[in-house]
Design a protein around this ligand. Structure first.
Ligand code: ATP
Ligand code: MG
Length: 585
């Protein structure tokens, strides 16, 4: 099977499209050379390259200096806007603060805070001094913060009062930590500082707004991100400044960012999407970005899209499924007419969800695939192309993907195998921090091994099958959980589904499903039978779940990925392993 049962969503020919998409795929891919994209960057004297300069200063120094870069809405309804020039000044100031604290090129500076404007100023200030920025999810408890701070040996932590108090017990063991800079946004906290802390506001008020960005080379480290930990212990993937070229290019090609866009990316910077596409891609492309401090609430998101005339929306499957769960009628109550492009990443996007987007918003969700390690989008459904619901699209120009067997030899079109990438692509990670051995283990026979399984069809569209670790072997059939989950969520009562292989003496493994129900449905034996019958009709009997449990919610990472390994560990009564990224709800 190379296509889903959902029909292709076709797009008008490019000449006819109201806004011309940023990529004519077939034309570009044939004679592509990354050099032409590198030439679009604004290099620093002596051939230097710095993400902060590309994202902020180059625009702030040009005709767009008074353009709004950031529209921020706080969780208490506060509204602030910042022009490119203000972004430049604020990040310069923070760079001066860091310099006064003795921070130098290559030092690690971590950020542990909510999506406040100051997070973004600090982030770019860190890059401007040539240090390595490490954003952490604000929802982390003390232990995940401790592990990442110790592993990276970060010297400075930028945080906010409540989070500072939360991690007080771990501070004495962070031996490399020299300073904590506390952001007390709009004086929200009456007692923001503990002994030894620095006040962000006070330090910034002493700093000047002039700073010459440290000349970093394209190979210097810029950002490190610990992976989501969906399959195991998070690993610190280290990225270099040159990643900017692919982040810029894919912002244009895969998200179709155009100069007048108002862009809304729902990802937190604690996850790679929140930096690559919540900072670098939009601002290198010079668009206005909406940042919302609060979390997920369907009606709030719709209202934000309406109130700020959002044109491009980038989110994750789990959020889309929650929007679907909230009901088809909600978007109808808001004016969504500003939207022109929607995209999704992080997990396979069920075909059902792609089609739902098309029905309810008049445009499909465009799925794209990449990982922390790849640094930028690698495979996408483009604005200029038909969308195959359930497919993650075609490789971006300049990227070669492959499907190989367990000996790393390419398999024929249409067959499942390991998804691999030909090194090197510009945004490729350079190492796992302190773990070269694991880094080296990801390369075989001239390929980078992604850890995912997929297949490619005759038209060059890639179809995600599963994570290599999650593939289920049942009575001789290899089953990707995604296929089963997608069939389950087509049932009207099912909101989300997670599928695992449960050891079985005869079949080796059986397919077991965990299902959460949409609002308005009650658990019952009847309903369980109905869902199982439904899935047997959709899938081959051998592939359909043999067991099905109802659960109120599925365990997920903070970036919204279903943690199947946790479902499995709980089912089998095994230790849960690393749960530092588990979302608590
Ligand atoms: P860890 O490597 O620690 O287990 P993780 O792989 O979940 O965590 P990320 O780098 O955030 O950490 O996620 C990348 C993975 O997410 C991909 O390898 C793939 O399994 C999944 N993924 C991302 N986008 C898609 C997509 N569009 N379709 C299917 N899967 C996707
Ligand atoms: Mg991974």
């Amino acid at each position: 099977m190379t296509t889903s049962s959902f029909p292709i969503i076709s797009k008008p020919a490019i000449e006819d499209m109201e806004t011309k998409p940023n990529l004519d795929y077939d034309k570009v891919r044939g004679n592509f050379d990354w050099q032409q994209m590198y030439d679009e960057l604004d290099w620093l004297p002596g051939g230097g390259l710095n993400k902060a300069h590309e994202a902020i200063d180059r625009h702030a120094n040009g005709r767009n200096r008074d353009k709004i870069a950031m529209i921020w809405e706080g969780k208490n309804g506060e509204k602030e806007t910042y022009t490119l020039r203000q972004m430049k000044e604020q990040s310069n100031k923070f760079a001066n603060v860091l310099t006064s604290l003795g921070i130098e090129k290559g030092d690690r500076v971590f950020i542990y805070m909510e999506r406040l404007p100051e997070l973004y100023f600090a982030f770019f200030g860190i890059l401007k001094v040539g240090a390595v920025a490490g954003p952490l999810f604000s929802a982390f408890g003390p232990d995940p913060v401790k592990d990442r701070m110790l592993d990276s040996e970060a010297k400075v932590l930028v945080t906010q009062p409540d989070l500072r108090r939360k991690i007080t017990p771990i501070i004495p063991v962070l031996f490399e930590l020299q300073h904590m800079v506390i952001v007390n946004k709009n004086n929200r906290d009456p007692q923001p500082l503990m002994s030894g802390d620095l006040s962000y506001e006070e330090e910034m008020s002493k700093a000047t707004a002039n700073f010459d960005t440290v000349i970093t080379s394209q190979y210097d480290y810029s950002i490190m991100h610990y992976t989501s930990g969906t399959t195991g212990k998070p690993k610190g993937a280290v990225h270099r400044h040159q990643a900017v070229v692919q982040q810029y290019a894919t912002g244009k090609w895969a998200l179709d960012l155009q100069e007048d866009d108002i862009y809304f990316c729902t990802a937190d910077p604690g996850w790679v999407t929140g930096t690559s596409y919540g900072m670098i891609a939009p601002w290198t492309n010079g668009v206005t970005q909406l940042i919302y401090e609060g979390g997920f609430r369907a009606s709030k998101w719709y209202q934000l899209i309406q109130d700020y005339n959002v044109t491009v929306f980038y989110t994750a499957p789990t959020a889309i499924r929650m929007l679907m769960k909230a009901g088809d009628d909600i978007p109808g109550r808001y004016d969504m007419s500003s939207l022109r492009f929607m995209a999704s990443v992080g997990e396979p996007l069920n075909p059902e969800a792609v089609v739902w987007g098309n029905d309810v918003f008049g445009m499909p969700f465009h799925d794209n695939w990449w990982q922390t390690e790849t640094g930028a989008i690698m495979c996408a459904n483009y604005a200029c192309q038909d969308v195959n619901p359930g497919s993650m699209g075609r490789p971006i120009p300049g990227v070669e993907l492959g499907i190989v067997d367990d000996e790393y030899n390419e398999v024929p079109v249409g067959e499942d195998g390991n998804l691999v990438v030909r090194p090197t692509w510009p945004s490729m990670f350079h190492t796992y921090w302190n773990n070269t051995e694991m880094y080296n283990s990801r390369f075989r026979k001239g390929w980078y091994i992604t850890g995912d399984t997929a297949r490619v069809d005759e038209n060059g569209y890639y179809w995600f099958v599963g994570r290599a670790d999650d593939v289920i072997n049942t009575a001789g059939h290899l089953v990707g959980p995604f296929e089963v989950e997608s069939a389950l969520i087509e049932h009207p009562a099912v909101a989300e589904a997670g599928v695992i292989g449960k050891p079985d003496p005869i079949a080796m493994e059986i397919v077991k499903a965990f299902v959460s129900l949409k609002d308005g449905y009650e658990e019952s034996t009847e309903l369980r039978r109905d869902i199982m019958r439904f899935s047997r009709q959709k899938l081959a009997a051998a592939v359909a779940p043999r067991e099905l449990d109802f659960v109120p919610t599925l365990p997920k990472t903070r970036s919204g990925k279903i943690m199947r390994r946790l479902l499995k560990a709980r089912e089998l009564g095994l230790p849960e392993g690393d749960t530092s990224t588990l979302e608590d709800d």
